[in-house]
Design a protein around this ligand. Sequence first.
Ligand code: HEC
Length: 258
Amino acid sequence: MKKTLLFLVSTTAMVFASGGTELLNKKCASCHMLEAPEFHQIPTLKAPAMDAIVFHINLAMEDNKEKKAFIVDYVLNPAVGKSVCESNKVAQFGVMPSQKGLVTKEELEKIADEMLATYPHAKFKTMIKEMQGNDKVNALKSSPFLVNHDGLPHMTKLLVQNWDKSKLGLTSEQKEKLLVIRKETLSAVKKIKQQLKPLEDEVAEAMIDREDPKSVEKQLETIAKLKLEASKVHLKCIAETTTVLSEEQVAFLLPFWE
Ligand code: HEC
């Protein structure tokens, strides 16, 4: 009798000790999807999927100890400035509520080990690669710019994604200036895009109707001029934005510029 009891106690302890997966299920799965999400599920999630979280952690940090410490700290003391996910996404979800009192540091260490060992699933990485590829193709197809070079970053987008990160460390004075640049850039590009669309449609329609290419030469020339204008706006945005930022901030945002 005593023996069985002992046996029971020790197996229960083992179940708790084996921990990582069960703890993730118990403490995190109510908000975070633990399986790899399907593409169509992503917009319906109430928190980023675990795959997405570890994907971003891996982008931001190399050292496993640092990653683990980040997870343990974030769950207990979440803050928008510490986040490694895109600032605009965090704003969309709302900062994670602290799980202090609901999960211990020891449990979190097991959870973190499990997270780093399991995520991101290969399936998720493949999906992200495809999405990024599609995004790039779609962006190029609808680009209003004359020059679409990888070396010419979209500063407004990059800034939105990193806006609140304490590692970037934007001051409120910088934010104010950057918002003005952003507003001017977006409205100028939007205006050009609106003019481009009907002209490009006319060119395509003329060719579908087998008209003489000469009949749309004027439209083509206007398209070229508009794209030139848009590229001027783009370059001005890069120049103005980098003037507001410090060398370190530029290096943080544009590591590929170095
Ligand atoms: C009540 C819902 C909820 C629970 C429970 C929860 N989270 Fe979160 N978590 C969120 C939301 C929402 C976000 C996205 C906003 C953010 O990043 O702060 C998030 C983001 C995160 C991030 C990403 C931080 C970043 O860089 O933005 C980590 C890491 C994380 N959660 C870990 C965990 C772990 C581990 C657990 C279980 C112990 C857990 N969470 C439980 C809601 C939750």
